[in-house]
Ligand binder design. Structure first.
Ligand code: FDA
Length: 393
């Protein structure tokens, strides 16, 4: 006979643990099954080890989905302030790094400890190193065959996360289950991920590796004004990670290296004031010095400004304000922070995350087609969708 629970949750990540504690406090008998050795591994590595656990300015506009209105209900009912209140109740020191982005002052471990403590107080059982092999419907509920035997529950919550960072335990199991139960899955793609470059461009940009500079990058009607970092492999930094979620293979990025200036007017002024200056020297007043010089070398801008013709100045200005760069690709799921796409939200209740025509089956967190911008929004979705399901199971 399988061991019985009211609720079984697959995945002890951010969403699964939040859901488990919420359901446990409601008196439900809850089991969380996790195939990794430890719970919350992605939380541990998040935010550079200090977990950007929420964003005070999070709104539905910070999320991508085929169905943009889906996330509104859950995000409205469980807000960044609710999670912040929980963090403060656990005495976790935190700081606001960029506008609204809250990080642990000490370590991401504190967030995992918070979730595990809440789960324990709520009477939840967490079983690690256990792989779910199959799920079948039985007696109006769900029977799971696992490496540790059979378990049965009335409600099953799928909180398996996405495909990013397979070495951290990511699997496509959540999508497989969705398909098994006839749910559509929006095609997945790596998001918040660094770009790779063609060999030629990589060699050209190599002298800029390690340099970060503030840019405005655009693609497909979206723009982010954040730092760009040139790496030995390609382009990263917040600007590139953000825009990667909107980019599709083969498309060009438009990078504005002087987002506060009209480059044509600025170059004309520079030429008038410093006719003997090279562009690299002139640019170093607006951009990090090493970047300015190396970028000018890369473009072959060696002559003093006074030697530039009107049309040469115009095309230089265009490069500065509208640098067109086509990446070779991205680093893919190996380093992506999130997975775009996932379980089609049309199949779920936005209030409870339950599948419309499958009573007792829920999908939460990253496995669902809701993906946040960089900056704490993805955890906010994990908390909010976890609570929404935890209140309903
Ligand atoms: P999550 O992936 O956390 O959990 C899923 C769990 O299910 C995992 O523990 C996995 O092992 C388990 N699992 C998978 N298949 C299973 C199976 N078949 N059987 C049993 N268990 C299974 N976001 C943010 O807001 N702020 C930040 O600072 C960061 N930083 C960051 C850094 C890096 C490097 C990454 C990769 C990601 C981030 N993120 C982030 C994104 C954030 O980590 C992510 O959105 C959430 O962890 C998603 O939570 P989930 O619970 O949905 O999945």
């Amino acid at each position: 006979m399988p061991t019985s629970y009211d609720v079984i949750i697959i995945g002890a990540g951010a969403a699964g643990l939040m859901c488990a504690a919420t359901a446990g406090y409601r008196g439900r008998r809850v089991l969380v099954i996790e195939h990794a050795r430890r719970p919350g591994r992605k939380i541990l590595m998040s935010g550079g080890g200090r977990c950007n656990f929420t964003n005070l300015n999070s709104t539905p506009a910070n999320f991508l989905s085929d169905n943009p209105g889906f996330c509104i209900s859950a995000l409205k009912r469980y807000t960044p302030d609710h999670f912040l209140e929980l963090v403060e109740r656990h005495g976790i020191e935190h700081e606001e790094k960029a506008a609204g982005q809250l990080f642990c002052q000490d370590s991401s471990r504190e967030i995992v400890d918070l979730l595990m403590t809440e789960a324990q107080w709520a009477g939840v059982e967490v079983m690690t190193r256990t792989t779910v092999e199959t799920v079948a419907t039985q007696n109006g509920g769900y029977t799971l065959s696992t490496s540790a035997g059979q378990f049965h529950s009335q409600a099953l919550v799928v909180a398996c996360g996405g495909l990013s960072i397979p070495t951290m335990g990511a699997t496509g199991f959540g999508y497989e289950l969705a398909r098994q139960f006839g749910l559509p899955v929006i095609p997945t793609q790596a998001g918040l991920v660094p770009f790779t470059l063609t060999p030629n461009l990589k060699t050209q940009l190599a002298p800029l590796a390690g340099i970060s500079c503030p840019v405005a990058v655009s693609c497909n009607g979206e723009q982010f004004r954040e730092p760009m970092l040139v790496t030995h492999k390609g382009l990263s930094g917040p600007a590139m990670l953000q825009i990667s979620s909107f980019w599709r293979p083969g498309e060009a990025l438009t990078i504005d290296l002087l987002p506060d200036r009209d480059a044509a007017q600025w170059l004309a002024d520079q030429r008038q004031q410093h006719p003997n200056r090279g562009i690299g020297r002139a640019l170093s007043e607006a951009l990090p010095k090493r970047f300015a010089q190396a970028f000018a070398d890369l473009q072959g801008w060696q002559e003093p400004l006074q030697h530039f013709s009107k049309s040469e100045l115009a095309s230089t200005a265009e490069t500065l304000n509208d640098w067109q760069l086509t990446p070779a690709g991205t680093e893919g799921y190996r380093t992506a922070e999130v997975t775009l796409g996932g379980v089609d939200t049309q199949a779920l209740s936005s209030k409870t995350m339950e599948v419309h025509d499958r009573p007792g089956l829920f999908f939460i967190g990253e496995v669902v087609d809701v993906t946040g911008h960089l900056g704490g929004h993805n955890f906010q979705w994990a908390w909010a969708s976890g609570v929404a399901a935890g209140q309903a199971v």
